[in-house]
Ligand binder design. Structure first.
Ligand code: PMP
Length: 425
């Protein structure tokens, strides 16, 4: 009989209960660490799925949450508003690339992207010149709802649901030397005025394998989009809040998307919240005496006031604390620690963007189901390191408070793991 490794009724995400060890129980978080019930301190080198930016339990953010709970719980966000959401919307607009004027709140990265897709189609629908196609980059990931899976790469993650997914126009990934092919494909798809929007992870494709591409490609994609009246949706759910070295990755290309999706680090990672920022043109296309043009999207927890208060505190952290110099320090540490791996033949494609470092373990079977993945994960787990390779792609994306000694421990373990995996293969 098939038996899971734990008796718990909890069904964990991205977890094969038949094969994986029982989940570790965490009793506390602190700085860049998770503390388990045995008292072991685990270095959270993936920022708990890329949400924790500054540190776990940043005191100012925790205080803001405590204070907000004295006045608020959840408030319906249709017909009603509240100060944390109003102030946060102003704050986000002030920080985002210029030209974004309105903020629609939701509660996860996936929903922020769903909202953007609906805004894009609604924009054209309401002007009676419907467009129905969405263009995306090969290897993209935008979430796990049916809509965002449709926009993301097809593969093992969504093979079972293929019949439910809608078709998209996929541009080849702009690998070095192939950038022009990406641009040409976009031009080609745009030529019939059917593409409503290009949905894109700026500068680095996260779950698709930490694939990085230059800002110049974004600049050109924006130019083509503008030429054809196609909207640009930047999914900064992962890249936002400093990960790529700047607050938003779009800044490095100097572009303003028509819609910007943010989540994860918006609250410093403390509470779930998301926002889709958009231009006045998109908002105006839904502004009408004809009520059928209303933007019909809601989720129960839209703009939860406690989460908004946490996000406001996060904006204060960005304003008041030396976040930029912390990012610089972490980038510098990565650069130094990655250097020896560049000439190491056990690895390939050693790369870095801001606070994200990645390298591919040279194994025969690559891809998400590469057996190297679970073997590496088990090895790191034994070492009290939370590192979750994407197949044979090993990456580190730690919180900004990470110390040199934690990072040294992570890089030493990567070095050691490569030999172990090679010996076992
Ligand atoms: N977009 C990107 C680029 C992401 O990396 C993710 C999550 N890793 C999502 C969207 C979906 O976010 P969530 O898991 O909060 O729904």
């Amino acid at each position: 009989m098939k038996r899971a490794q734990s008796n718990s009724p909890v069904w964990h995400p991205f977890h094969q209960h038949l094969l994986e060890p029982a989940p570790k129980k965490i009793i506390r978080t602190e700085g860049a660490h998770l503390v388990d019930e045995r008292g072991h301190s685990i270095f959270d080198a993936v920022s708990s799925w890329w949400v924790i930016t500054h540190r776990h339990r940043h005191p100012a953010i925790m205080n803001a949450i405590r204070e907000a709970t004295a006045r608020f719980d959840q408030i319906i966000f249709a017909e009603y508003t509240h100060e944390p959401a109003e102030a946060l919307a102003q704050g986000l607009i002030a920080l985002a690339p210029p030209g974004l004027a309105y903020v629609f709140f939701s509660d996860s990265g996936s929903t922020s992207v769903e909202v953007a897709l609906k805004m894009a189609l609604g924009f054209f629908h309401n002007q009676e010149r419907p467009r129905s196609r969405i263009a995306v980059l090969q290897h993209s990931y935008h979430g796990d709802t049916i809509g965002t899976m449709s926009a993301g790469a097809r593969g093992v993650f969504n093979a079972a649901y293929g019949s439910l997914l809608f078709e998209v126009d996929t541009l080849p990934f702009p690998a070095p030397g192939c950038e022009q092919k990406t641009l040409d494909a976009f031009e080609h798809f745009c030529r019939n005025d059917e593409v409503a929007a290009l949905l894109i992870e700026p500068l680095v494709l996260g779950a698709g394998g930490m694939r990085m591409y230059p800002a110049s490609v974004l600049v050109e994609l924006e130019r083509i989009a503008r030429h054809h009246g196609t909207l640009l949706i930047a999914d900064e759910v992962m890249t936002g809040w400093g990960r790529t070295g700047t607050l938003f990755a779009c800044e490095q290309a100097g572009i303003t998307p028509d819609m910007l999706c943010v989540s994860k680090g918006i609250t410093g990672g403390a509470l779930p919240l998301a926002a889709t920022l958009c231009t006045a043109a998109i908002y105006d296309a839904h502004l009408s005496a004809d009520r059928s043009r209303t933007f019909f999207h809601s989720s129960s927890y839209t703009a939860n006031p406690i989460a908004c208060a946490a996000a406001l505190a996060n904006l204060d952290v960005w304003r008041d604390e030396p976040v930029a110099s912390r990012l610089d320090a972490l980038q510098h540490l990565h650069r130094e620690r990655l250097a020896p791996f560049r000439s190491d033949r056990r690895f390939s494609n050693v790369r870095q963007l801001g606070t994200i470092a990645a390298l591919d373990l040279a194994v025969e079977t690559t891809g998400y189901l590469s057996e190297a993945g679970p073997a590496l994960r088990a090895f790191f787990r034994q070492r009290d390191l939370l590192i979750r390779p994407l197949g044979n792609v090993i990456y580190l994306m730690p919180p900004y408070c990470t110390t040199q000694s934690d990072l040294d421990r992570a890089y030493a373990a990567i070095d050691e793991a490569a030999d172990l995996i090679a010996a076992a293969a």
